[in-house]
Design a protein around this ligand. Sequence first.
Ligand code: ADP
Ligand code: RBF
Ligand code: MG
Length: 420
Amino acid sequence: MRPVEALILDLDGLILDTESLCVEVAREIVARHGKQLTLEAQRVALGKRPHECWSDVAKVLGIEVSAEQLLAESEPLLAARWAHAPLLPGALRLVRHLAACRIPLAIATSTPRATFAAKMSLKDELRGLLVERPGAVVVCGDEVDRGKPHPDVFLEAARQLGVAPEGCLVLEDAPSGVEGATGAGMRVLVIPSLVGLSREYGTVDPSSCSGVVEILPSLLAFSPAAYGLPPFRDLLPSAAIDDSDQCQGGQEGQGGGQQHGGGVIPMDRVLRIRGKVVKGFGRGSKELGIPTANVDPAAVAGSLAEAVTGIYAGWARVGDKPEVHKTVLSIGWNPFFGNKEKTLEPWILHSFDEPFYGETLSLVICGYVRPEANFSSLEALVGQIHKDAEVSRAALDCAPLAGLHEDPFLREPSGPLKSA
Ligand code: ADP
Ligand code: RBF
Ligand code: MG
C-alpha cells in the first residue's frame, strides 16, 4: 500500500471539543420549537456545515422552521463561546509532533472561515502550527462547493498540499466526514466524538468499510509508527532517548504497540475531576483483588475529554485528608465484563484501613496508559492492571507528572457536590 505522505485533520470533535457546546445550544434551540434533541438528530448533523446541520436537525425532528431561521437563532449563542472550546486530549501533542517532523498537514473543516478564526483566536500555539506556519493548509466549509459528506473539502486540502488522495490519511470523528474522506479515495482513521456513537462504531469492522483503516477511542491511542510515520518519543518513564533522532522515520513499532509496550503519555490536557465514591458492581476487590473507588458518573457526564475511554495515571485525594496518592484508573465500559454503564474507577496505589464510600474523590488525571481492552481470561486482565499500576507508579515520579502532585485542584476544599 502507498505510504502515508500527509495527514488531513478534521477540527470540531477531533481537535476541539466544540461538540459539547453545539449540543447544548442545539438542545436550547429545538426546545424553543417544542422538540427534544435526539441522538439520531445529533448523528446526522455531526460534522456538516452549519446550514446543513440545521436543515438535517429540522427534518429529523419535524421542526417546521427554515434552516436559516434556526441558524440565526443559534449564532448569537455560539459566537461568544467558540474561542473557549477546549482542546481535546492528544490534539496539541499530535500537531506539535507532525510539525516538528515536517509531515505535510492540513485541516479540512466544515466550519466557515470566519468561525474558524474565532475558534483559533485564543489558541496561540495551535494557530501558529496550523495556520501561520509557512505552507500551512486550512480548507473551510465555505471555500468549497459542497460540504461533508461530499469529498470536496478533502480533495481541495490534498490539492493544496500537492499530495495525491491515496497518500493522505484523514483523522475524523463524524460519520459525514468519514463518508467524505472515503469518497475522496483517502484512508480514514476514526475517533468518534459523540458519546453513544462510539459504541455504534464499535460494532463496525474497519476492513468492511472502504477507507476506514482503524477506529480508536482517543487521539492519545494513535500510533504514527503504524502508518510508517515517525513515532512519538514522549513516553514515561523515558528510556534515555537521544532527542536528536526524534523524527528519524517510523520503523519502530506495530500499531498501538507503544502503549502496550508499557509507557505513559504525559497528557497535553490534564483532566481534573471531582466526584463522590459510589458503590460499583462489588467485584473489584472480590473477583480481581483490585479495589476500585467508582466515581459518581455525574462527575464525568460534562465534557467529551472526560468521556474518552482508556486507562490513565494520576493523583488522587480522598475527602479533605492531607495525603495525595498515586492512582491508576479506568474510564470506560470494561469490555471484559461487558458493562452497560460507563464507569470511572480509580485503583488508588495505597492501602486503606477502611472503605471510603460517600467520600469525595479529587482526581488529577495526567497520563494516558493505553486503550481499554478485552482479555482472554481474568488472570490476563488482572496481570495487565498490575502492569498498568507499575508503569504508572514510575511515570508519576517523572516530570511533568510528578509536579502535579502539588496541583491546586487537589488542595481545594472538596465542598458540596451534585449527585446523579
Ligand atoms: P465497588 O464495586 O463497590 O467499587 P470494590 O470491590 O471495587 O467495590 O471496592 C471499592 C471500594 O474499596 C472503594 O469504594 C473504597 O471505599 C475501598 N478501597 C479500599 N482500598 C482502596 C484502594 N486502594 N483504591 C480504591 N478503593 C479502595
Ligand atoms: N476492564 C476491562 O474490561 N478492560 C481493561 O482493559 C481494563 N483495564 C483496567 C485498568 C485499570 C488500571 C483498572 C483499575 C481497571 C481496569 N478494568 C478494565 C476494569 C476492571 O474490569 C474493573 O475495575 C472491575 O471490573 C471492577 O469493577
Ligand atoms: Mg470498584
